[in-house]
Design a protein around this ligand. Structure first.
Ligand code: CO
Length: 159
């Protein structure tokens, strides 16, 4: 009985240290996003994602995108583009003109804060977002494949 209690006590101590260690490591500066064959962004559990919270303590925030579908990028391509909410429509429009080879994104466009490449089913990509650039708020993430921004769009909230 006494041995058991000691074991429980040690177990508690270990989890307490693990917790303290994870706290000292700081906030999670990344998010795993999925793209689907039905033109949606979801989280790992399959729930729709319309907002990503970015801890203000991160200097860089990584968005990992996995295309969980099977369709090729020419038919159901996905990317993650960061732009000011008021620029999203215009950036998407300019992206259509760039075509699939350029990932449906205008080249060297200052309105694009950060962007992944365009991927198809089974592929993965990621992008590092400089948090200082989006700290002021009013930034969205979206897919610049023609027409996708209507459903594949959400807010980046720094807090
Ligand atoms: Co898309």
């Amino acid at each position: 009985m006494k041995g058991e209690l000691t074991m429980i006590k040690n177990g508690l101590l270990v989890s307490l240290f693990a917790f303290a260690y994870s706290m000292s490591m700081g906030a999670d500066c990344s998010f795993d996003l999925k793209g689907t064959d039905v033109m949606t962004y979801t989280d790992a559990s399959g729930a729709p994602v319309t907002q990503i919270n970015v801890p203000a303590s991160c200097s860089e925030f990584t968005i990992n995108l996995t295309h969980a579908g099977k369709m090729p990028k020419a038919a159901m391509g996905h990317n993650v583009v960061i732009a000011k909410e008021s620029d999203v429509k215009d950036v998407a429009k300019a992206g259509v003109k760039s075509g699939v080879a350029k990932g449906y994104l205008p080249e060297n466009d200052a309105r694009v804060i950060a962007a992944t490449k365009l991927i198809g089913g089974g592929e993965k990509t990621s992008v590092k977002v400089p948090v200082a650039k989006i700290k002021a708020g009013g930034y969205d993430f979206f897919c610049s494949y023609p027409g996708h921004e209507i459903k594949m769009r959400g807010k980046l909230i720094v807090k």
